[in-house]
Design a protein around this ligand. Structure first.
Ligand code: ZN
Length: 353
């Protein structure tokens, strides 16, 4: 019998602030209501954009991903998923106020615990943290980590600074202490444009440009020595696409060989570091549905530990007649991607909770 898959990226629809108020202190409840921002909708994907929800998964009058019953039938049962990791894409990280961001993130963590984890044993979740305040983020990790159903720390890939800077190291220290990977998901705190030459005009450009941000942040983590300081830290790139990786590795290795005197703490090839410490989810698999092309890309990545199964439910990354995995993968590699690699990446998934 085929072993149930582990889905490393699903998105329960995060409600507006009003629904999160019960999970906040009296101060924040008053503050959101008195400022008139308790109706703030934190959905990061435009609700009606096609990519936000596969058409056959849309429910009239409900936000994409809002229904647990729909998640059960449309994703868990439909794709043979035994465990799925909820990644709430929350506006808490967009708040400029550190304390407001921390209050929203904490409320989302408590909300997901009560409304999703307590109701469906197949679900696990990421801890959303206020990346605008690394010390507060570390406190939130310490608060949530005792609940072993939290299996990862989630941040948008585009933060206020390059992620290799020591400013963020309290988050990595907490991640290592609690044996939780850092998940970087496509998305932004909207402090800077996603391109190096300014703001794009359309969601099309913004979304395509995300893979460049993933490359930048990955190289920042490597060149600032994060993986030397925290050798056991695992970073999962979520919804980053995967086809940029071979070209990125080639350029990173080639240039590192030429200028490594500048970064003596990068004592191993960037490719070696990436293969040991970095993982990628497979949706969107940004290549044609052609088995030969897929095989070539997998061969270029040259490490069968790196890819993790993900449906990205309810986002529309593949059609009704397609599966979340691309064609052309061997049975052995499918087993790694669907089960073995997620279990190795997220040690808490090996536990019965
Ligand atoms: Zn996603």
């Amino acid at each position: 019998m085929t072993q149930a898959a582990i889905d490393c990226d699903i998105h329960p629809g995060v409600p507006e602030i009003k629904a999160l108020l019960p999970y906040m202190t009296a101060f924040w409840q008053d503050s959101f209501v008195h400022r008139g921002i308790d109706g703030f909708d934190m959905m990061s994907y435009p609700p009606n954009a096609p990519i936000t929800c596969r058409p056959d998964w849309r429910e009239q009058g409900r936000r994409p991903g809002a229904s647990l019953d729909a998640l059960r039938t449309q994703a868990l049962d439909a794709f043979g998923i035994g465990t799925a990791i909820c990644n709430p894409l929350t506006g808490g990280q967009v708040a400029v106020s550190e304390s407001m961001g921390a209050a929203i993130c904490a409320a989302v963590n408590d909300w997901i615990r009560e409304h999703w984890l307590d109701k469906e044993p197949r679900l696990r979740a990421s801890i959303v943290v206020p990346a605008q305040a690394p010390l507060l983020a570390a406190e939130e990790i310490a608060r949530c980590a005792p609940d072993r159903r939290f299996v990862q720390i989630l941040m948008p890939v585009a933060c206020e600074m390059m992620l290799g800077r020591s400013y963020y190291w309290p988050i990595y220290e907490a991640a290592v202490r609690h044996d939780l990977p850092i998940g970087l998901h496509a998305g932004s705190m909207y402090r800077y444009a996603p391109t190096s030459t300014g703001w794009p005009s359309h969601a099309l450009h913004d979304y395509v440009a995300q893979s460049q941000t993933f490359e930048d942040q990955l190289l920042s983590l490597i060149s600032n020595g994060v993986f030397n300081k925290f050798p056991t830290l695992r970073v999962v790139l979520i919804e980053s696409g995967v086809t940029w990786l071979p070209g990125f590795l080639w350029r990173a290795i080639k240039t590192w060989r030429g200028v490594r005197a500048e970064v003596p703490w990068v004592s191993r090839s960037p490719a070696e570091i990436v293969r040991d410490n970095v993982r990628l989810t497979v949706q969107p698999f940004d290549a044609p549905a052609d088995a030969t092309v897929v095989e070539r890309i997998v061969n270029q990545i040259d490490d069968d530990r790196m890819l993790l199964f993900a449906s990205d439910y309810p986002h529309w990354q593949f059609g009704e007649d397609e599966t979340p995995l691309p064609p052309g993968l061997s049975d052995a590699l499918m087993q790694r991607i669907r089960v073995d690699n997620p279990l190795a990446t997220y040690p808490r998934l090996q536990e019965t909770v």
